[in-house]
Ligand binder design. Sequence first.
Ligand code: NOJ
Ligand code: CA
Length: 680
Amino acid sequence: MTRFLPILLLVMAGYCSGCWAANTTANTSDAPQQWQLQSPDQALTLTLTLNQQAFSYQLNFKGRPVLKPSHLGMAFKDQSPLQAGLKVLKVTPRTSNSSWQPVWGQRATIVDHFAELVVDAIETGDKPRQLQLVFRAYNDGIAFRYHLPAQPHLNKVVISNELTEFAFARNFKAWWIPAYRDLSFEYQYLNSALSSIDVAHTPLTLTDEGIAVAVHEAALLNYASMTLRNITDNHITLTADLVPWANGDKVYTQTPFNTPWRTIQVADSEVALLNSDLILNLNEPPAKDVELGYIKPGKYIGIWWEMHIGQKDWSPGPIQGATTERALQYIDFASQHDIDGVLVEGWNQGWEGQWWQRPPTFNFTKAVAGFDINKVAAYAKAKGVRLIGHHETAAGVQYYEQQMDEAFKLYQQLGVTSVKMGYVGKRIDQNQWHDGQYMVQHFQRLTETAARHGVMVNAHETVKDTGLSRTYPNLMTRESVRGMEYNGGSPDSGNLPNHTVIIPFTRGLAGPIDFTPGIFNFNYQQHRPNNRVPSTLANQLALYVTLYSPLQMAADLPENYQGHPAFAFIDAVPTDWQQSKALQGKIGEYLVIARQDKHSENWYLGATSNEQARELTVKLDFLKPGQSYQMISYVDAPDAHWETKPMAYQITNSTVKAGSKIKLKLQPGGGAAIELIPVL
Ligand code: NOJ
Ligand code: CA
């Protein structure tokens, strides 16, 4: 049973279960007041305290402290902070237990079960300002947000700081990437003590014996992203550090407004974090009358990897990647396989030379010589393949917005229903961060423009995901991670083998990742002698299961897939799921996930390892009892190794049942990809 407990409350005399809110009045003494909120399963206990200085909250998980009392509040430009001298007007508890069906996702049905406490407070002095705090406790974490209602003494505001603290109870092990860097989210994750963090992006994942925690945010709209900065001498108290505008202001807004939800996911184990729906649950459902018919998850190929490995170029000229002929080859391949879309990068004008080092010169509606967009679009349509548009902005948002509507209009006319856009550059419009309010506002305009033209969004170098795809289901996937492209052409030679067993536990908690897996040919060093894909071929296949994305790329060239027996797995693997279960894993070491196709009884299992070989035993207890399944396994050959023999793999066939135990032998950088089909 969910409980709302007033622990030390002057109105205790009037307390009775169920009529608590009605009896609550302002505290008229200096004694602190406290309230408690528990998750439906009672594993999480949030305690809220109000004293003269501030509200503070603390969090326990199964009796163990996660957060010590952590202050709440907000600082404004040219006004005193809204933090001290508050009194509570009303406390309203509520529970809710429902479920909902996302348009696409890791689960066909999402349970939304929480206990809530809404606290209305007001300052005690002259010209008092009002504040509402909303807390929610779910079984998979807690969340809170500030609501600033319309009020006489607070209207237009510049937020100069959010005074939200996360005072951790112990020095967890942290998995994190630094914030305020030129490559935004495209970094290898660091693993170090929480106390060593300077300033980190979210999701920030923290682990300790028997507990895993992730701090993030949900529903980031018309606000700045939250990063987490160390502020205390003991270095384990982090504070919300909102990404500023170029002039240092954090957020321009007006009452009434909500901040995004501040989220703290908590589980017994790090792998259990992957089964959380907290972030999506905290977002609003889509508007009732919104058109959703064009939104379809699926797989795509594209003129892309050949540029990253230096065989072709985005620039017009002798090795121009985007040609009519090449696009038709991709469309032919897609039409012969279970591939829905074909992306063409470099199809439009303006890619000459070092495009990323100058103000943008792109024309988003005119094709480059050698690329007949009308012919390609008509051919794709005739072959039942969807052409995927591309908008590289080189971080020039103002420039892009001048053409944005026309650009989407063109795609709509051509029958293009999804667009990949990118924001390559150190700063947006020369001086804004990729995740401040400036970019959040642009990305919202972009999402709405795309929706008006019936276009799905796959954005690179953009703001982090905060679950907004629930509200805007055309927001399919995004990069905001160090993706496969680094293995293709990065001067630092590429990602580490453990990268893909870190990001599902960190970046992946935010939402879908357009990582672009599926490299089959590891001998691409002709122009990139120092680069390699740090995995085996079976690992590449397993990523289709372990890295969730509703738009999933098969990143290699069609000629590397043509006739390859292992492509059967990419052909078969779905991108929309009935259910998903993260079964085993340790961040940075290995991961096993099973998912059931949304449109059939088939299951797919992916297992991936870091640079270590390992043997895993997986019990197939998620299968339907009594049903036999044909199991097709794509596994590492015994001598496979990411460094020396990445292409060595085997395909095996067997029959299994619910409860069968299978052994998976993963080689260094290896993996296993398994398809389970009911035997009729
Ligand atoms: C960076 C993107 O992440 C990559 O996928 C794309 O190919 C280039 N920008 C060019 O737009
Ligand atoms: Ca990128």
